[in-house]
Design a protein. Structure first.
Length: 386
């Protein structure tokens, strides 16, 4: 214990997300980009926003990127653009952050929560099949923790039942979805519309709030561009009901500096994940996330373990006591949240979600993790799970 304590004191402090060290490496580019905004005074819809939009379209190989104020707005605006009506049913995963179901409820749509897959923690394909009714109008798959959902199966279901697919890509920008014919597409660009967040801790994060919507549909893109700007295409002409949700130029400036590094950032996360998993391989109490070297379908927004037949909460406290931040994403299923309680939901409908909330534990994951930190973290985990 004493030697581990000395090791911890001698190394760089472990952060859940180390944005400061990341910034130190790119500060010249970031500062220069922000300074350009300050000197031109174009704080809203300035050149930096348009540059970022075009650069992200090129990176994702998608026809249209519509920047907006945050990831939650992106989801809401995507749904507004599809003309969904109050009472329409929208299927999404029970095991995810509340923003996904929040916007469904805000628009007076009917959220339909389904269980997730035990291996990849993404929405269950069988769960979707069972949940489809004549009132179903859309599916919202969440690419959880950075791992792409099974979009080939989801799109096939959507086509069969004439449903929209709205991808919640807040955690998986840069991840690839590989299809059975060998083609690959970026997560967020496969459904009818996708949404992402640029919250600072995301794989591509700004230094405040930010988000974007993606689509290959020209007419939908046109409508979305109006919605984000009070429903205006021409000043003071309000053609559709809109909101005020714009990515400001300073945040776009930060994103312009970071977007060229996104693949490098994702690779650093994948490399850290491999080192974590190698240390835990074969342990009877640990199930590590799977890593696919063929298609880059997991970009590790989080590195989330399942702790089985052991004291997950005790391990968490042990790590915190040793100066290692960690977190439980997510401790309460959406179907159990007070805001979303519904008599339609039965506990037996969510066996996997109810299991995961008792097992998951996320370790530090970011672009700046070094080998000394990873060894200290993994040694500390194994020390507790003897």
């Amino acid at each position: 214990m004493l030697s581990n304590f000395k090791q911890a004191k001698s190394m760089k402090k472990i952060q859940m997300v180390d944005l400061k060290s990341q910034y130190d490496k790119i500060k010249e580019s970031v500062n220069s980009s922000i300074q350009e905004v300050l000197e031109t005074n174009t704080y809203i819809n300035g050149p930096q926003v348009h540059q970022f939009q075009k650069s992200l379209e090129n990176y994702l190989e998608v026809k249209h990127v519509i920047p907006c104020a945050n990831g939650t707005d992106a989801l809401q605006i995507a749904m507004m653009g599809l003309d969904l009506k109050p009472g329409d049913e929208v299927i999404t995963a029970d095991f995810t952050f509340a923003a996904t179901v929040e916007v469904i409820a805000l628009l007076q749509l009917t959220p339909v929560l389904v269980d997730v897959d035990l291996v990849n923690m993404n929405i269950s394909i069988e769960g979707i099949k069972k949940a489809i009714t004549p009132k179903t109008k859309a599916i919202v798959p969440v690419h959880l923790f950075g791992r792409a959902a099974n979009m080939e199966a989801i799109m096939a279901l959507a086509k069969e039942h004439n449903l929209y697919v709205i991808e919640d890509n807040a955690q998986a920008i840069g991840a690839n979805c590989k299809f059975s014919d060998g083609t690959k597409k970026k997560a967020g660009t496969i459904g009818h519309v996708g949404a992402t967040s640029f919250f600072p801790s995301k794989n591509l994060g700004c230094y405040g709030d930010g988000g974007a919507i993606f689509t290959n549909d020209d007419a939908l893109a046109h409508k979305l561009r109006g919605i984000v700007n009070h429903g205006m295409y021409e000043r003071y002409h309000h053609d559709v009901v809109g909101v005020n949700s714009r990515l400001d130029s300073i945040q776009a400036a930060v994103l312009n500096a970071k977007l060229p590094l996104l693949d490098q950032y994702n690779k650093a996360r994948q490399d850290a994940a491999r080192k974590y998993s190698a240390a835990f391989e074969g342990h009877k109490n640990i199930i590590s996330p799977t890593i696919c070297d063929i298609c880059d379908c997991h970009v590790f927004h989080q590195y989330t373990l399942r702790i089985i037949a052991a004291d997950r909460n005790g391990l968490m406290q042990h790590l915190l006591d040793k100066g290692i931040p960690c977190a439980i994403y997510y401790p309460i299923p959406l179907h159990s949240q007070k805001a979303y309680l519904d008599t339609r939901y039965k506990e037996e409908d969510f066996p996997v979600t109810n299991q995961l909330v008792q097992e998951v534990l996320s370790l530090p994951m970011h672009t700046e993790l070094d080998d000394e930190q990873i060894k200290y973290i993994t040694d500390s985990v194994l020390e507790f799970l003897k």
